[in-house]
Structures are given as C-alpha cells and as structure tokens.
Design a protein around this ligand. Structure first.
Ligand code: ADP
Ligand code: MG
Length: 719
C-alpha cells in the first residue's frame, strides 16, 4: 500500500473483500428478515412494506428484537432514528441499546415502540414557521420500506433506522414524506393510462426510478484548512485563475490519480456494505473533479442512498488526506458540480414505461407517457426551476458550463421526428441509427444510436429515461423528485381524462388509436415550444426562449416566489403531496437558507480581507517601500522599483475601497427573508464580486511566499 502524504490511509484500508460477499452486509435486508423472522411476522411485515397495511404492534416488537440481535452481533452499541429534516441534510440522535439489568450487569434492549416512533425536539430544526419554538413536539416514524443499516465509524457502530419526521399535528417536517406522497400520486394516474391500454394486467402500482450521478471535487486536506473560505463556505471566495485550468481538457476521463483511486475504492467498499449499488467512477471535466454514479433504484430508496453516498464521500476522504467538496461551485473559472437526476417510471413488474422499443412510432403507450412528461415540464417549468434553486446552484446554472436556468427538453432526432409525424397525421416510421464503420477490419462495427447526445440540455431524453441535469451537487434529490413526480402525475391525470373522453366506453381498436393520436397531436401542438435540441449555452437560445414565452429565471431570488404561486399551492394540495402550510414552510426554509449562506459568505470575505489579505499586502508594501528608500540611501534611485511601488499602492487602494463598500452593505438585516434576499442580490452580491476582483488582482502581485491563502494552482493541480 502506498503511503499518501498527510494521510493515515493504509492502516484503515480493509482488504477489498469480494463484492458479492460484502454487498449489503450492513443492511437489515429482506433476505435477513426472511431468514431471521418467524414466518407469520415476516409475512405481516411484507404486507406493510409492499401494500402499506398498518403495522401490527406485536410484529414491531419481534422485528425490533431481531434487528437488535443482528446489530449487536455486528458490534452496534447504539441506535438512531435517521431522518431528513428541511435542512437538506440528515439528522440522527443516538440512544444506547444498553440498559442496566438491576443486578449489576447490563441487558440489551430495543422495543417495538422504540423502533416505530421517536421524539426528537422538533423546535431546533427549521420548520419554516410550521412550528414555533414552544411547540416542540415532533415525531420520527419508522419507514419500513427503507431498510435499516449499520453506520460504522472509528470504533463505533450505530444501527440507523430510516424514519419520516412529522410534527405533532401531522405536518411533514422532512423531505421524505412529500416524496412518498408524490410517488403515490404518480402511481394512481399512471395506472389509469395502463388500464386504458389494457396493459395493467398483474401490475399493482407504477414506481418512479432514479439514478443520481454525483459530481464532486477533491482537495488536499492540509491545503483545505489553509482556506477559511473553503472551511466555512465550501467554496473559494477568492482565487486568481491559474495559468493552467481546464483549457487542455486533459482531466476528463483521464487516468485517475492513485491516491484518488484508493479513496474511490474505499468509498465503494463502504457503499457496497450498505447496499448502495455504485457502478461508475471517473474524472470529470475540471481538474480535481470526479464523479460517482449508482445503479438506479425506486425514488425514495435512491434518495436515502444519495444522502448516504454524500456522507460517505465526506467521511472517507480525510483517511486519504483529502477533503471532498460537494459544493456546486468551489472554484471560479472551472466547471461546477451537479447531480444528474436520471428519472423514469416503471411498473412494479419491472417494465420501464419510458422505453421506446424498436418500432417506436407504433408504441402508442410509450408516446403517451413521453408526451405527458413533455407537457408536465412545459406547464410547470417554473416549479421545476424553483425546485433546484439554492445559493450554490446560482453560480452554476446559466454559466457557460452547466445547463442554463431556462428549462427545456432535448428529445433527439428519432423522437423529434416521430412527434413531427404525429402532429401531421399517422406516424409511419422510426429512424434507425445503422452502424458505424470504423474503417479497420479488426474492429467491430458499432451500432449507431439514432441520435447524438446533447450535454447542454437541462432535461434530456437519454434512451429510456429523462436526465434532469440542473440539480445541484450538494442538494438532496428529494424535493426535485417530489416536484417532478407531482407535475407528471398532474399531466398523466390530464391526459388520462382526455383519452377516456375521446375514446368513450368500450372503444374498438381503431377508435382507441384515433383517440390517442388526437390527444397526442394536441399536446404536441401546445407544448412543443419546450423542446429544444440545439446548443443551450448560446445567446441565440436565450433570445429564442424568450420569444417562445418560456420562463427565464436567472437566479434563485427570481425563482423562490414560484413556490408561493396559487397555482402551485393548488397543484400540491390536489395531489395530496403538500398542504399549503407545508409548501409555505418549505419556501420559507429555502429562502432563509439562501440568505444565511450569503451572509456567511459576505462576512467570511470581510474577515479574510481584514485579517489575512490586508496584512499580507501591507507587508509587501513595506518591503517595496524599504527597497525604494534603501536604494535612495545608496544613491542609486531605481525608477522601476518606484513604479512598482506606485502601482501596488493603486491596487491596494481599489481593494480597500471595495472592502469598505462590502462592509457598508453586508451588515443589513431584514426580518423578512425574501426582502433580505433582494437586498443581498442587488447590493451585497455585486459588492462581493467587486471585492473578489481586487483581491485576485493583489494575488497576482504579492509574492507567493507572502500570500496567506493556498492558491488555485495548489488546490486544483495536486494529485
Ligand atoms: P449516461 O449518463 O452516460 O447515459 P448511464 O446510461 O450509465 O449514463 O446512466 C446514468 C444513470 O442513469 C445511472 O445511475 C443509471 O442507473 C441511471 N438509469 C438508467 N436507467 C434508468 C431508469 N430507467 N430510471 C432511472 N435511472 C436510470
Ligand atoms: Mg449522465
């Protein structure tokens, strides 16, 4: 094992066991339950998991005892209800499994009621006004559909029980409950479409599936600690562009540096143990940027696993002397990080409803699901945009790298061609890609896809799923998926109603087909404006989108009010996903979080400027002034040195002016978060941008050994 600089790796690395032996070893899986639970208990539990039947308390007691025995055998001493409050993070409160036995020893105890319900103090989590501080009561409720797991730390093992978090009056205080509700809503409507086509046989529900690709940066941990901005904000607030950034494009899919590869293997090893099916690893576009992607799973499991994945990246990195940065834009001038949210719908019998199959133009059911999704994205583009609004994502969306802030759909040649045909009449053909001849006999002929890829679209059809690429890398995927499921549920409802009306009772095959074509034609006419297969980064698209009347929201502050729209409140209410109070609370929490993050950033900038940059600049100024005066004393004035001094005094002056400018506006407070956000957008952000320019200019003039911050070159090019 190579010893890595500044790291204690090696000692910690377990031999890489065979994946088939470790996969899911730390999960209280269905297989374990079947092996360990009495048959009737297991069956009763499955009825709860698979069909939502209420849980029998006696069953809970047996499950708890069995789960406890398994956890203790694996070294656990504590358990925790693991949940996802509106902070966008996970929360846990550990309780010991041990109690005194009354005669000087201990017993291990874990009852059904401890498994099923917990009561953390709800007042300390953001509730966006749902709960006042004195109304502290909140409950965590066991989610038996998401398996319990063991979290292994340094010399500790904790049994984690995935739970939902609700207030005393039943309002959702977390991100999981609305996601589950949205999946229900979509399933109900999708089943109507399946019934219409007579393909609901044996299907009891439709699930949404998600595979999130996670981008992240790695920096050396010692250098990380030399950057107060990275430590407090996870992004560099200053930093001059290095001569070598990503312009050579030599990092993407490049050879993975050995230290990073060792880190990745250990992350995968831990994720395998937790049953998280990680599949892909590679370098990303920017230097120091990487990606990890799992196989897709049912949405709420994928969402739980995504949280575990982010935590694991953070937890494992220090063992290799590294720090994982999940922020959307840790470095200016190189690409930011996103989370590509691959999404589809599938029956519980395993049929992917967005799979176009070979002769797509005859696959009417697919076209209905496709067009319903297109309609949803067009009608509710504002909501989709708002679902990914956050401080970090503001630096990414719209910049010339990530999907733009305008929501549009990429379909590709084959589907665009079919929709064109439908709009004109009966579709007659499906474009096929043929093969690519590589011109060398020894190489195989590759089947060519019927369309090229488009990496610039925020919502792209990629073969048999949609890829929502605008989700931020640090974000929980729960809310974006809640929105996606809800808007598609609404659209499927709309389409199903139209289809049922157009076809009438007991339609003949011909009638059915003409009804479908009629409904599809109407959707395509009304909503094709949201389809755009070109380059989303261009100014022309911006102008074109405006002409088409698509909503354009350049930043989060413009997007936040969308969550307050009456239309959106009614949508969530109608499909039983969020009450008005629950939606309002979410809006309040995201705005407040945005404001807090920016206040912290502004204050960090000021503090670094005052306590690090200014002293360093003055030190250099003193050196320059001393040399000018020493030269004079020696009787040999050097006009060049004097000029350098004069120039530097000018840089210092603009820096100090910008610093005073930021200090003047940063202290402002407003009790109303939205008004505060507007102040920050119009006054503080521009002042921050200005200060950054002047500091980066100083960095380019102060000697390297006097500069108090690790530079971009240090941070980005280190392997
Ligand atoms: P690419 O982005 O290059 O198309 P892949 O085809 O490997 O990459 O898929 C990327 C992600 O999409 C993976 O996490 C994969 O599991 C996920 N994915 C594939 N099929 C589906 C599906 N039906 N539903 C949701 N996610 C899917
Ligand atoms: Mg992808």
């Amino acid at each position: 094992m190579t010893a890595f600089p500044h790291s204690n790796a090696g000692a910690n690395i377990a031999p890489i066991d065979r994946v088939d032996e470790i996969f899911g070893r730390d999960v209280f899986s269905r297989r374990l339950m079947r092996q360990r639970l009495p048959k009737d208990v297991y069956k009763s539990l499955l009825r709860t998991i698979d069909h939502g039947e209420p849980l029998d308390p006696k069953v809970a007691d047996v499950v708890a005892a069995t789960m406890k025995d398994w956890a203790i055998e694996n070294g656990a001493t504590h358990y925790t209800h693991w949940f996802q409050p509106l902070t966008g993070l996970t929360a846990e409160k550990h309780d010991s499994l041990v109690s005194p036995d009354g005669s000087g020893g201990v017993i291990f105890n874990f009852s059904g009621s401890e498994l099923v319900q917990g009561e953390p103090d709800a007042s300390s989590f953001p509730s966006g006004g749902l709960r006042a501080t004195f109304e502290a009561r909140g409950y965590t409720a066991w989610d038996p559909t998401s398996p319990a797991f063991l979290m292994r730390g340094e010399r500790n093992v904790t049994l984690c029980i995935p739970t939902a978090f609700v207030s005393w009056n039943g309002e959702a205080l977390d991100t999981k409950i609305p996601l589950l509700r949205s999946m229900e809503a979509l399933s109900r409507q999708a089943m109507r479409i399946l019934k219409f086509f007579g393909s609901d046989f044996g299907v009891s529900r439709v699930e949404t599936t998600v595979g999130p690709e996670q981008e992240y940066f790695l920096v050396d941990r010692e250098l990380f600690y030399k950057r107060p901005d990275l430590v407090t904000c996870e992004r560099t607030l200053f930093g001059a562009k290095p001569p070598k950034g990503q312009q050579l494009e030599d990092h993407y899919f490049g050879t993975i540096p050995p230290r990073v590869l060792a880190f990745m293997s250990e992350v995968e090893h831990e994720l395998y143990r937790l049953g998280v099916p990680v599949k892909t690893r590679h370098n990303e576009v920017a230097p120091g940027q990487y990606e990890i992607a799992p196989l897709f799973e049912v949405s709420h499991i994928a969402s739980d696993h995504q949280m575990i994945m982010m935590e694991t990246l953070k937890r494992v990195a220090p063992r290799f002397g590294l720090q994982a940065l999940l922020h959307e834009k840790p470095f200016a001038g190189v690409n930011g990080s996103g989370k590509h949210n691959n999404w589809s719908m599938a029956t519980d019998t395993g049929v992917n409803l967005l799979d176009p199959k070979d002769e797509t133009h005859t696959n009417m059911q697919f076209l209905v699901f496709l067009c319903a999704t297109i309609r949803a994205v067009d009608v509710h583009a504002d909501l989709l945009r708002a679902s990914i609004a956050a401080a970090g994502n503001d630096h990414r969306l719209g910049a010339n790298e990530a999907p733009p802030a305008i929501i549009s759909i990429f379909l590709g040649d084959m589907l665009s061609d079919i929709l064109d045909q439908v709009e004109k009449g009966l579709p007659k053909r499906t474009l096929h890609g043929g093969t690519i001849d590589l011109g060398a006999k020894s190489l195989p002929q590759l089947p060519r896809h019927s369309g090229d890829r488009n990496r610039t679209s925020p919502f792209a059809f990629t073969g048999n799923k949609f890829e929502f690429r605008a989700v931020g890398s640090s974000a929980s995927i729960a809310f974006p998926n809640t929105v996606l499921n809800t808007i598609v549920a609404e659209s499927l409802d709309h389409v199903a109603t139209d289809l049922e009306k157009a076809a009438g009772r007991n339609p003949s095959t011909a009638k059915l087909q003409s009804a479908v074509l009629e409904v599809l034609k109407k959707i395509i006419k009304e909503h094709k404006r949201v389809i755009f297969d070109g380059d989303n980064y261009t100014a022309e698209w911006h102008a074109e989108a405006k002409r088409r009347g698509l909503p354009i929201m350049g930043d989060s502050v413009e997007a936040f009010p969308v969550l307050k729209n009456k239309k959106n409140g009614e949508l969530f209410k109608k499909y039983g996903v969020l009450t008005k109070a629950e939606l309002d609370s979410r809006q309040h929490v995201v705005v407040e979080k945005w404001v807090k993050q920016l206040v912290i950033e502004a204050e960090t900038m000021i503090s670094i400027s005052r306590t690090m940059i200014l002293p360093a600049a003055i030190k250099y100024l003193t050196i320059l002034a001393a040399s000018v005066s020493q030269l004079k004393t020696a009787g040999t004035a050097s006009p060049d040195t004097a000029e350098v001094l004069k120039e530097f005094i000018a840089y210092l002056a603009v820096f100090r002016k910008a610093l005073l400018g930021l200090e003047k506006v940063a202290g402002h407070h407003d009790d109303d978060p939205m008004r505060h956000a507007l102040h920050i957008k119009h006054k503080v952000r521009p002042a921050m941008d200005e200060l950054r320019v002047t500091v980066d200019q100083l960095e380019n003039h102060v000697p390297y050994d006097l500069w108090p911050l690790a530079t971009y070159r240090d941070l980005l090019l280190l392997k």
